[in-house]
Ligand binder design. Structure first.
Ligand code: C2O
Ligand code: CU
Ligand code: CU
Length: 542
């Protein structure tokens, strides 16, 4: 027990140093089922829903033959109705949680893994110490208690491990699941629900000859991000979704470490997009294809009522130019122009990055198949207007005339934000944000041609913790060339977002509110290998 005590003291000091716990709120180290809690539930928090989540090792059948060793979260409802939790048994997926806006939730996270870990609620607007910042990682045998009210509007949120420098591996091992929020406004729309409301988590994995998850942390692999050889949907290969001849709401999450999808129906039917990261759009939009980067969500509406029984529409990822996706590493401007192909150039090509993945990024491959399996009547009308969205205005930003620029760069084998790498408790002056302010922020991925020396062009899906934001504009530098044209009409920039894909040569400007909660909120690249390489920082809201 001595180690536990030391650990608790260490942790308390760590938290105290951050001003998170004062002497008066010294945690009581409550015991929960053999796990030692590092924080205490608060007496005045009365949860509507209380769920115990335990992270454990498990063996699940994914491929035929040997089971696969994974890290699995399993939930138990302590308070609440049975439909708040689906354990996704038999898969590595963490439980799907279904909650309502306004509900107060207590989540008791037990760590029974042979490693430190912590879960983060991606897209949810919760207090800083409930957000799963890596500083709150708990050890084997420990518990972290989360308590928050669901302030978000209806939407497809998710959660995943966010452990310092090992997020990619932990998510890859299975520590990710959906957190679906509904609200009255959304319910009143009578969109397809029940069996017609289907969540689909798209991920890529590689398996060794023993059916075990293979993960390469080789530096070149990490620069590009891990690319698995096989697409899994909801933890299953060759996923087939049986449907009836009626309309469906399909919620897609790209839960992959680094793979970017260019989604389209194989028969050329346009995608009808009704929602993104932070819930429904104002009105449905039709697109020939849609880009979906790691961390992003997309809600599609699809009517199968005119489809023949037995037909099999397939959702594919279409070809897009890999030159802009780090496969070849460099495009236009910078490297090429500067004649600095040197190390990176040879490393990338010679290292055979293009050949190592059986499923190269930007190639054309199927993701999932639908099978129209039965006749059924349903309400198949899609409302013309979904939910009102109040547009944020630049003039309301605290820094309207002076946007906060975040330069994205990869060089010298590191991935940086404004030239900085992640460090705990390393808040710089430009990372302090006044509470309850609206901020104009731009992500600059080499837009102004400021390609400095050894730089590698890659898309970066930029994610900010805390409140959802709005995309104001995308600007593309003239050096973009034809690569950009293979992706440019696939961005859904309307609605509320928490992750935005920034292509090489692009500058994306957003407006983000920082309301309600003080403390540390991260911003980072959601290519998880980049994140672990340091492409992550904290904002301090004060
Ligand atoms: Cu989904 Cu900080 O991440
Ligand atoms: Cu997040
Ligand atoms: Cu990145």
């Amino acid at each position: 027990m001595k180690t536990t005590t030391d650990l608790q003291r260490r942790k308390l000091l760590k938290y105290a140093a951050l001003g998170i716990v004062g002497a008066a709120s010294y945690p009581s180290w409550a015991q929960t089922g053999g796990f030692v809690s590092v924080n205490a539930p608060s007496a005045d928090f009365l949860p509507d829903v209380e769920i115990e989540l335990t992270m454990n090792t498990a063996d699940v059948a994914i491929l035929s033959g040997n089971k696969t060793h994974v890290w699995k979260v399993t939930g138990k409802i302590i308070k609440g109705s049975s439909d708040v939790l689906d354990n996704n048994e038999g898969t590595y997926l963490a439980p799907t949680l279904r909650l309502k806006k306004g509900q107060k939730v207590r989540l008791i996270l037990n760590n029974n893994l042979p490693a430190q870990s912590i879960l983060h609620w991606h897209g949810l607007h919760v207090p800083a110490n409930m957000d799963g910042n890596p500083m709150y990682a708990v050890n084997h045998g420990e518990t972290y208690i989360y308590e928050f009210e669901i302030l978000n509007r209806a939407g497809t949120y998710w959660y995943h491990a966010h452990t310092h420098s090992v997020t990619a591996r932990q998510v890859y091992s299975g520590l990710a699941g959906l957190f679906i929020v509904s609200d009255d406004q959304e319910q009143a729309l009578k969109l397809p629900h029940g069996d017609q409301d289907v969540a689909l988590v798209i991920q890529d994995r590689s398996f060794d000859s023993q059916n075990q998850l293979a993960y390469s942390a080789h530096m070149m692999r990490r620069m590009q991000g891990f690319l698995g050889e096989q697409i899994l949907v909801n933890g299953r290969p060759d996923f087939v979704l049986p449907v009836a001849t009626r309309a469906y709401r399909l919620r897609l999450l790209n839960g992959s470490n680094s793979r970017i999808y260019k989604l389209a129906w194989d028969d050329g039917t346009p995608l009808t997009v009704i929602g993104v990261d932070g819930g429904l759009l104002e009105r449905p939009e039709q697109h020939a294809y849609v880009m979906l980067a790691p961390g992003e969500r997309l809600e599609l509406w699809m009517d199968f009522s005119e489809r023949a029984l037995g037909s099999e529409p397939t959702l594919r990822s279409l070809q897009f130019d890999v030159a802009s996706h780090g496969g070849m590493g460099m495009m236009g401007g910078g490297m090429m122009g500067g004649g600095h192909r040197g190390m990176m150039g040879r490393g990338m090509m010679g290292g055979g990055m293009m050949s190592v993945s059986a499923l190269p990024s930007g190639s054309d491959y199927p993701i999932l198949k639908i099978r129209v399996a039965k006749k059924e009547q349903g309400n198949n009308t899609l409302p013309k207007v979904l939910t009102p969205i109040t547009a944020l205005r630049i003039k309301d930003a605290a820094n309207a005339g002076n946007p906060k620029t975040i330069a994205l760069s990869m060089r010298h084998m590191s991935a940086l934000l404004n030239g900085r790498s992640y460090k705990m408790n390393d808040i710089q002056p430009d990372e302090m944000i006044p509470l309850n302010s609206l901020q104009l922020i731009e992500f600059d991925n080499g837009f102004d041609g400021g390609m400095h020396g050894m730089m590698m062009d890659m898309p970066h899906p930029m994610h900010l913790h805390g409140e959802q934001f709005q995309v104001v504009k995308r600007e593309m530098s003239s050096r973009s060339g034809d690569s950009y044209a293979t992706v440019s009409s696939g961005f859904i920039d309307g609605g509320w977002k928490d992750t935005v894909l920034v292509m090489p040569g692009e500058k994306v400007t957003i407006l983000k509110p920082f309301n309600d909660f003080k403390g540390l909120f991260m911003y980072h690249c959601h290519n998880l290998e980049h994140e672990d390489m340091g492409m992550m920082r904290d904002f301090l809201i004060k």
